[in-house]
Design a protein around this ligand. Structure first.
Ligand code: CTP
Length: 414
């Protein structure tokens, strides 16, 4: 990111549409070495405006201090002190009722077994039993314990009960074994929690194809032609579409971004690859959003060997690539809604309207790279949505929020 861009983003007034603020997550932490990773999750969710309440088993406090979670979440941690003198505090039951989501991480074999059989002999298992919200379970344990038929049987019971179980990652385990049993990394868990918190049914049963990022057109085995697209806008659209309940295919050029949770990603390199992938996967899609920055030209021939320099100037013969959006517009299926993007440096609205007609799109999301808070690499964008009915100018907002509005408008058009 350039210094200029940074300044631009800081100065822009960013409007937030989709909020995790005000949502309540109960985080159940069991006694496993991976408990420390959950501190990052608690912190990230709190920073996203989520009200995080942590319940720890007694064993969990041997691995990480309740004070860590209390400091990170600004909420009192409930530790399992379930003894004879214990006074049942209805607040704990009300917490179960208040929770929008229950996350159990790391979930030990013991806790999984208790949840499977409805055993409520400590604070965490009791609150799990009382809660009726969606429950995400992240098992983490020794490979042998995880693969044990008893644990697998219990996991199947939880699945049948409607809990969401996330396969542990494979790798080096604290016990020295190598295999399945690692708790996924905190950012993966956080992303997954946010996905569930933000999910709705706006696009349930619909199939959405999104293209994102830049294409690369090879000159020789060493060099290529590309552009500044980072893929952030397209990835935000794919992520939000999946949260809205759609089946999402993301056709992506080279980016540094991870595939959003719940999205099928297809990696491509060139405009030709993207064209083929879109033709194959776009056929039965209800919505297609072409956020990718596709090369308009490619070298006529690709040299087999590295081109050596010689005296004087060099020239590359270029030929046109296929206009994928135009192809989609010409082959539009009944009921299908197609949205393109338009990146301009001048005459934004006029040029974008022309693209809407020429490519037979239903919407063009027009953005100028000249505006503060918009364009490549930025986390925000300023977009005008152009349809045959008119133009809707959006404020500067996070690309994720822009994605939300684009998808809602497209859903309305279907
Ligand atoms: N697009 C495409 N295939 C191409 C070029 C562009 O599908 N070969 C799509 C882009 O993904 C975007 C829309 O067309 O959704 C507009 O892209 P843009 O680069 O703004 O405009 P172009 O059509 O390439 O026209 P120009 O370069 O003249 O502005």
């Amino acid at each position: 990111m350039t210094e200029n861009n940074k300044e631009t983003i800081e100065r822009a007034t960013v409007k937030t549409v989709v909020k995790t603020t005000g949502k309540t997550v109960v985080l159940g932490v069991c006694g496993g070495i991976a408990a420390y990773k959950v501190a990052y999750v608690a912190s990230a969710l709190t920073q996203a405006g989520v009200d995080v309440h942590v319940i720890m088993t007694k064993n969990a406090t041997e691995f990480i201090s309740p004070m860590t979670f209390e400091t990170l979440t600004a909420n009192r941690v409930i530790v399992d002190t379930f003894d004879r003198n214990f006074q049942w505090d209805v607040k704990h039951v009300s917490l179960a009722k208040k929770a929008d989501l229950f996350v159990i991480a790391p979930a030990t074999a013991n806790m999984i077994a208790k949840m499977a059989y409805g055993i409520a002999d400590d604070m965490l298992s009791t609150t799990v039993l009382a809660a009726s919200c969606k429950k995400l379970v992240f098992p983490a344990m020794n490979t042998g314990m995880y693969n044990n038929p008893a644990t697998q049987r219990n996991i199947d019971i939880l699945k049948n009960d409607g809990m969401f179980i996330f396969e542990p990652a494979s790798g080096y385990l604290a016990c020295g074994d190598v295999g399945a049993g690692r708790l996924p990394e905190p950012d993966k868990i956080t992303e997954c929690v946010k996905f569930f918190l933000n999910s709705d049914n706006t696009l349930k049963g619909k199939k959405v194809l999104v293209t994102a990022g830049a294409t690369r057109e090879a000159i020789d085995p060493v060099r290529y032609i590309t552009n500044h697209s980072t893929g952030k806008m397209g990835y935000a659209i794919a992520r939000r579409a999946a949260e809205m309940g759609a089946q999402v295919v993301l056709v992506s050029g080279q980016t540094n971004l991870e595939a959003p949770f719940g999205v099928e990603k297809i990696d491509i390199v060139s405009a030709r690859d993207m064209f083929e992938a879109v033709k194959e996967h776009g056929k039965d899609c209800d919505i297609i959003v072409k956020a990718a920055a596709v090369a308009d030209y490619r070298p006529k021939t690709v040299a087999d060997q590295k081109i050596k320099k010689s005296e004087g100037d060099a020239f590359i013969d270029l030929e046109r690539t296929d206009d994928i959006l135009k192809y989609l517009g010409e082959h539009k299926k009944k009921g299908q809604v197609i949205c393109g993007f338009s990146m301009e440096t001048e005459n934004l609205l006029e040029n974008s309207r022309k693209k809407l007609d020429k490519k037979n799109a239903d919407m063009i999301a027009a953005n100028s790279i000249r505006q503060k808070g918009a364009g490549f690499a930025s986390d925000t964008n300023i977009v005008t949505l152009i349809t045959r009915d008119g133009a809707e100018e959006l404020e500067c907002m996070d690309k994720y929020d822009v994605a939300d509005i684009i998808l809602k408008r497209l859903a309305d058009m279907m």
